[in-house]
Ligand binder design. Structure first.
Ligand SMILES: [Zn+2]
Length: 304
């Protein structure tokens, strides 16, 4: 395994992760979260998930680093990193809003964890800044767990639950005559998410568990176990890119997770997926894949 830089931080967030200041220590998964019954839907309204701030966070208070005994770890200790991946956006359709007078391209997305360890995000309320900072837990082949500062949980008034900040971007790209991405023509940047397990993507792997470990949108704990995915349906608040006035032509709707690279994972090169579409006189055509889009371009170049 390659060398893993350890990040941690102080009370404030910056664009770049800060050098770690907390020695590795054990963070066992709380039993209260490991025994949750399956709830395969994501209601927009509040769940019992909205754990009261003091109750939800007391559990996760970090011990004073100065009180910890330095731990000796075996040299061959491996980090069980998550690997976030995203599927091409689906259920694409155009919606006109009478309220805003604008047209929107709505989309559903599924992202999942194809790594060796869970994506685990723990919120810790910082009374000084009134922020709920998010620490990513990193499990190892040994008994210890590392953590690094990854972002913030914020209350989402539309969804009425807690979201992890800056988790994805949606971009609409124009496509050049050879099929390459040309430039961004519309964007919905810095999409926030509640990250929880809604779908099983790979149950064949030996370390897969059907028991859901991350099932609520609270400020204390969110995440994705290995093999589990999280789907955001197209009718959810915010699942859109504005498409008002975009000219006829072929475009790529590109979704990227962890765009600011705040999450430590096994592979940062597989965080993007695209679906190719065409706008024709205000109507939407969705291509089955890149090959079909390229064939259309090729025929047009030959015939046009
Ligand atoms: Zn939400």
């Amino acid at each position: 395994m390659s060398m893993i830089p350890w990040f941690s931080g102080g009370a404030s967030l910056s664009d770049e992760p800060q050098p770690i200041s907390v020695p590795g220590h054990s963070l066992p998964l709380p039993a209260a979260f490991s025994d949750l019954a399956a709830q395969p839907t994501r209601p927009q309204t509040s769940l019992a998930e909205s754990t009261p701030m003091d109750q939800g966070l007391r559990f996760f208070n970090r011990p004073d680093p100065s009180m910890l005994e330095p731990e000796t770890e075996p040299a061959d200790l491996e980090i069980l990193l998550p690997d976030l991946q995203v599927l091409p956006p689906f259920d694409l359709h155009l919606k006109y809003s009478r309220q805003t007078g604008k047209t929107y391209l709505r989309l559903a997305i599924t992202f999942w964890n194809n790594g060796q360890g869970p994506l685990e995000l723990r919120g810790v309320f910082n009374p000084a800044s009134r922020q709920t900072l998010v620490w990513q837990s990193l499990y190892t082949t040994g008994p210890t767990t590392r953590e690094q500062l990854a972002g913030e949980f914020i209350w989402h008034p539309g969804h009425e639950h807690w979201h992890f900040t800056n988790f994805a971007v949606y971009e609409l790209w124009s496509v050049s005559a050879d099929g390459a991405l040309d430039r961004v023509v519309a964007s919905r940047g810095k999409v926030t998410f509640c990250i929880l397990e809604t779908d099983i993507l790979d149950s064949e792997r030996p370390d897969f568990s059907r028991r859901r470990s991350y099932a609520v949108c609270g400020p204390g704990l969110q995440g994705l176990s290995v093999g589990w995915g999280d789907t955001y349906d197209s009718d959810l608040d915010g699942q859109l890119v504005e498409s008002t006035g975009i000219p006829n032509g072929i475009y790529a709707l590109v979704v990227r997770v962890d765009p600011a690279n705040r999450i430590l994972e096994a592979d940062d090169a597989n965080n993007t997926a695209a679906t190719y579409i065409e706008f024709v006189e205000g109507r939407l055509y969705v291509y089955e894949g890149e090959a079909q889009m390229l064939e259309t371009l090729r025929r047009c170049l030959r015939l046009c």
